[in-house]
Ligand binder design. Structure first.
Ligand code: MOS
Length: 733
């Protein structure tokens, strides 16, 4: 089904099942431990051997020698995979060949070997017996030090943008802000580590793994191993979090496949937690400069945002300027992205890549600018709203209700009780403040296919390679099929995460919910037609409800319709150029209240509210869970998360969950989430958008702005730890 004109009324609009706060249909499986994660397919793959990954002890250089003899002779050892015996690895859409080092080493903890043994303990013990000699060479590990060497990224999707005369207009602006901000490297630190079980049957490979994008990764694995994609099957039914870290094939997948080939039996590999942080991917640190010029009336005349980040040679930048192209009005504009080469592990997408760190800077800048103008920070944002793409005024937003989000949030949060003068509100030892920020994340749409079956019991089964990374995909897909086929949720079976199913949008970039359910919608439209045809009904006349199909005065149960054999339909939603005609984005507003201990600088988040405008909310319960999870992650980004770089030796020092701090329950107060009642007919027949990434965008700055309001101390370098406040706290009363 081609989607190239705005959606009109369709069966989803009945909202009998869609739009309801349904519990997760996979919830009982997960809470009772019966959901199988990648490492747990014991009965499907009996007798798997265990692989243990050895990571490089240097960041840059080469492997001078490797002595495998002691490890080979260790009890239970079946095979050792290294670059010497692995054969040539091909390059997937990203550089999968680099998932195994040798002789060159590109970054610390890059895999240098996989030791395969009968038991996990034997594999781990033998791995300690590998003797690897390295010849280290100097590397570049410090983004600030490398900033001056940064250049325009090659093949960048976001080239520099210039509109009007930024420099002249900024220089002439009566009120100006020119400030620099920084965000650190961050880790996805998802609960489930990267893990895979690989099994060969002749030249056919099956891998049970934990992956967000089944089709991308099936293709990448095939290219890496140099075999046809049709010979590779990837299965990823349950995923314990990804946040972008599982968009691509990682070392566990490739090494499990190579290990299984070498050992001649199935092999399972989980990346040890202390290996994950330097072996896999992270959100790159950024240095950002923001300049805003405005008239005394508060209207922005010039807005400029530049960002610097680093990556391995041939890598990609963090596109932290993305939202500044779209969020606020202003005739004269500039954005620029620069990339430095660093010899650290690969930087890549983490929840709202671009906007998440970009909004952390931009929304502090907006708070600073409002103060300079003597305007309320919410009103300053409202004043500079735009209903068209400010770089291309002929392009309107499909929906843009940022102002309503800000106003409703301010009202609900009691923003009018905020003391504009910072450092004035004191409750005992606590300095108390409120902060706000806009939320913004683009809404992408991606082709997505599904197959739907109707059997003679009247059960509807959906099959698509869409993944559920903890987001609720199983549930919203079941709701979509139930609505379309007119059956209760209990009559729908959803089967996901298998490359033998039709290719979906996958889980990434918050496009999954809208795109994948739209694919299911398309397949259900076809199944409805097939049922009508089977019964000799005109498709336009048939209606589906209560397990029945009705046309005129005929009424037949779905079970009856499939009595002579299962009916199957498959289709994909394909998006035309509505995305070119309209700018599609999601919007919101975050409000945060903090208390800061006047003596110790300890920061406690006391209240949080998010208001989101993200099209139709397919399931308010799972959507709320997405947003409160994202708000929590935003607090982590504001106050805790930081991969500490050893700038001499080139690795992240705090590479485990003891050293990489994220919020726990005690850090997070009650969180309120409000969704505007909205449908976006430009987004898809579902009229939905994504919320999973919107929820994190802006939170960090709202926390930072609340800390400023509480204390009068402006911190522009994340995370805002108490040492950055302590010396500057107001003298205690
Ligand atoms: Mo997302 S960071 O594209 O999973």
């Amino acid at each position: 089904m081609k989607f190239d004109t705005p959606a009109t009324t369709n069966p989803i609009d009945q909202l009998k099942v869609v739009g309801k706060p349904t519990d997760r249909i996979d919830g009982p499986l997960k809470t009772t431990g019966r959901a199988r994660y990648a490492y747990e397919h014991h009965d499907e793959v009996p007798g798997a051997a265990y692989g243990f990954v050895v990571g490089s002890g240097i960041a840059k250089g080469r492997i001078a020698s490797m002595d495998l003899s002691a490890a080979r002779a260790a009890p239970g050892v079946l095979a050792i995979v290294t670059a010497d015996n692995a054969g040539t690895l091909g390059k997937g859409n990203f550089n999968t060949a680099k998932l195994l080092a040798g002789p060159g080493v590109d970054h610390y903890h890059q895999a240098v070997a996989l030791v395969v043994a009968e038991s996990f303990e034997q594999a781990r013990a033998a791995a300690q017996l590998l003797r690897v000699e390295y010849a280290a060479s100097p590397g570049v590990f410090d983004l600030a030090g490398a900033k001056d060497t940064a250049s325009v990224p090659r093949g960048s999707r976001i080239p520099d943008t210039r509109v009007g005369d930024f420099a002249g207009s900024f220089a002439a602006a009566p009120v100006q802000l020119d400030a620099s901000y920084s965000t650190p490297d961050q880790a996805h630190a998802m609960m489930e580590p990267h893990a895979s079980i690989a099994a060969w049957e002749g030249d056919r490979l099956t891998v049970w793994t934990s992956n967000q994008m089944i089709d991308w990764s099936t293709g990448d694995l095939a290219k890496t191993l140099g075999i046809p994609k049709s010979q590779v099957r990837l299965v990823s039914r349950f995923i314990g979090g990804g946040f972008g870290g599982k968009l691509f094939v990682r070392a566990d997948v490739v090494l499990a496949a190579l290990g299984a080939r070498a050992a001649g039996r199935p092999v399972k590999v989980a990346l040890a937690r202390p290996l994950m942080f330097n072996n896999t991917v992270h959100r790159p640190a950024t240095l950002q400069r923001i300049r805003i010029g405005a008239g005394r009336d508060g209207r922005i005349t010039a807005i400029g945002h530049e960002s610097w980040s680093g990556d391995l040679p041939g890598g990609k930048p963090e596109m932290a300027v993305a939202q500044t192209r779209l969020l606020y009005a202003g005739a004269h504009r500039l954005t620029a992205t620069r990339l430095a080469v660093l010899d650290m592990s690969e930087g890549n997408a983490m929840r709202a890549p671009g906007e998440a760190p970009g909004m952390m800077a931009l929304e502090i800048a907006m708070d600073e600018m409002a103060e300079k103008l003597g305007l309320d920070p919410v009103e300053f944002r409202v004043l500079n709203d735009t209903q068209v793409d400010p770089e291309k005024p002929e392009r309107a937003f499909s929906q843009r209700r940022l102002v309503e989000c800000l106003r409703l949030g301010a009202e609900r949060f009691g923003w009018n009780r905020r003391e504009a003068q910072p450092g004035r509100v004191r409750e005992g030892r606590w300095l108390v403040g409120m902060g706000a920020a806009a939320a913004f994340r683009n809404n992408q749409v991606t082709k997505s296919a599904a197959r739907v079956r109707l059997d003679r019991r009247g059960i509807v089964t959906v099959e698509t390679d869409m993944t559920d990374i903890g987001t609720g995909s199983y549930t919203i897909i079941a709701q979509t099929a139930a609505e379309m086929m007119g059956v209760p949720l209990e009559r729908v079976v959803v089967r996901l995460g298998d490359s033998s199913f039709p290719v979906s949008a996958g889980s990434g970039g918050q496009w999954g919910a809208n795109s994948s359910t739209a694919g299911v919608y398309a397949a259900c439209v076809k199944l409805r037609e097939a049922i009508a045809q089977k019964l000799g009904l005109a498709p336009g006349d048939a209606s589906f409800s209560d397990g029945m199909v009705r046309a005129g005065n005929r009424s037949v149960s779905l079970a009856e319709a499939a009595r002579s054999g299962e009916l199957v339909a498959e289709d994909a939603i394909e998006f035309g150029d509505l995305g070119k005609k309209y700018q599609q984005s999601t919007f919101g507003a975050h409000f945060v209240e903090v208390g800061v201990d006047a003596l110790t600088g300890e920061i406690r988040v006391r209240r949080m509210l998010a208001v989101c405008a993200a099209g139709r909310i397919l399931n308010p319960k799972s959507a709320r869970s997405q947003v409160i999870g994202a708000m929590t992650m935003g607090v982590g980004a504001a106050l805790m998360e930081e991969l500490a770089v050893d700038k001499r030796r080139g690795f992240f020092v705090n590479h485990d969950l003891a050293g990489y701090e994220v919020p726990v329950h005690a850090d997070i107060p009650h969180q309120e989430v409000v969704f505007l009642d909205e449908t976006d007919p430009i987004s898809s027949p579902m009229k939905a958008k994504g919320v999973g990434e919107l929820g994190i965008c802006g939170v960090g700055a709202a926390v930072a702005n609340a800390i400023y309001n509480a204390t009068g101390v402006r911190v522009r370098d994340y995370p805002i730890t108490l040492d950055k406040l302590l010396e500057r706290l107001p003298a205690s009363a």
